[in-house]
Design a binder for this molecule. Structure first.
Ligand SMILES: Cc1cc2nc3c(=O)[nH]c(=O)nc-3n(C[C@H](O)[C@H](O)[C@H](O)COP(=O)(O)OP(=O)(O)OC[C@H]3O[C@@H](n4cnc5c(N)ncnc54)[C@H](O)[C@@H]3O)c2cc1C
Length: 322
């Protein structure tokens, strides 16, 4: 395996702006099998060529998917791509967490997205901490900050435009998000959302509650809509809402038949994501973070609409990647 060059800190990459262009980043999931892995490498190359600012790799609940996260993140970083590795507290003791973090540090993966994770299987089930483990993400950040081998780590966190679904109210959500930022996180990436007002209100809430730590960059998480069923499912899993006006617009494109009119829904979905991105750029969002599900096409179409990428299709080198 090629060695990883010193990684640019994600919080630094947000400052490396090009005039007329907002940075964009993408989220990948560890692939399930060899064919999915080949597709992922194709997608990684395509996004590399499109000038992605960083790529992130999610962290699952099972042992084998967790190993894949580390292996895939390591390989992405050698491409070279600035690689953000997600990590959660689920089913880990403090000793295991420390060992994992040491593994990241030993290979040079210094960008960490610190998360609590959800109960495996059902995100809405009761969250039961692991014996000898940690309870909240703020504790994970404190732990990383206390480890000498993690001196150059750059830590990000999750934030929630509608408030986290387990938070009592928006005030509690603000308090605990700030706790993570004060513990040493440099930026947050939001849960996906479709109402820009929610993003703007989160930004206002944090800044009003703490002008120093509350103004750290908030990267909006965007999922290009390619199907009605898909977006409903994703929002349900995320404990967030699909605005009624958006559902109406997508339903109108479906004209009563989601299957037959798949292409029309997709077209409107890409249009909606493009409009959101335009508004977020106008509002000064520091980066656009696309939840790609390891696909290129939908994200590239949005980037193309924004004037940030060539059109997807024949003639462009990676048009085999869907
Ligand atoms: C961008 C992004 C990427 C994600 N990637 C992954 C992934 O790769 N793998 C995965 O499994 N999940 C992932 N998730 C989901 C995430 O793990 C869940 O949303 C989880 O429920 C919350 O994680 P957290 O880090 O925000 O938790 P925390 O910050 O620990 O908060 C959890 C809950 O506890 C409350 N809370 C926090 N501190 C305290 C306190 N001191 N006292 C009382 N209450 C408190 C919070 O308000 C919140 O309701 C991701 C989410 C986002 C937005």
């Amino acid at each position: 395996m090629a060695t990883i060059r010193r990684q640019v800190a994600v919080s630094e990459s947000l400052k490396l702006t090009t005039p007329g262009r907002v940075p964009f980043s993408v989220e990948f999931m560890p692939p399930r099998d060899d064919a999915a892995e080949q597709r992922l490498w194709g997608a990684a190359e395509a996004f590399h060529d499109l000038g992605v600012s960083f790529v992130s790799v999610t962290y699952g609940a099972g042992g084998s998917t967790r190993e894949r996260t580390l292996r895939v993140a390591e390989q992405l970083a050698t491409k070279p791509l600035t690689t953000l590795v997600h990590m959660t507290l689920v089913n880990h003791t403090v000793d295991e967490i420390k060992e994992l973090i040491r593994n990241f540090a030993s290979v040079g993966l210094t960008n960490l997205l610190a998360l609590r994770g959800d109960p495996p299987g059902d995100p809405n089930a009761e969250w039961i901490p692991t014996e000898g483990g940690l309870l909240y993400t703020s504790e994970l950040i404190e732990l990383v900050k206390s480890m000498p081998e993690c001196e150059d780590f750059d830590i990000g966190i999750a934030s929630f435009p509608e408030g986290h679904y387990r938070a009592a109210d928006l005030e509690a959500d603000t308090t605990y998000t700030l706790k993570k930022l004060r513990a040493g996180a440099e930026y947050s990436i939001t849960q996906m959302f479709f109402d820009i007002e929610h993003y703007l209100r989160l930004r206002d809430r944090l800044a009003a509650a703490d002008p120093e730590y509350g103004t750290k960059p908030i990267i909006p998480g965007l999922m290009p809509i390619t199907s009605l069923r898909g977006v409903r499912r994703q929002m349900e899993l995320a404990g967030a809402s699909l605005p009624a006006s958006l559902e109406k617009r997508l339903l109108a494109a479906a004209a009563g038949d989601e299957v037959k009119n798949k292409a029309a829904i997709r077209e409107v979905g890409i249009e909606v994501t493009t409009e959101m991105a335009e508004r977020l750029i106008a509002e000064g969002a520091p980066d656009l973070h696309f939840m790609t599900m390891n696909n290129v096409r939908a994200t590239q179409e949005v980037l193309h609409n924004l004037g940030m990428a060539p059109a997807w299709g024949p003639g462009y080198g990676h048009d085999m990647v869907r």
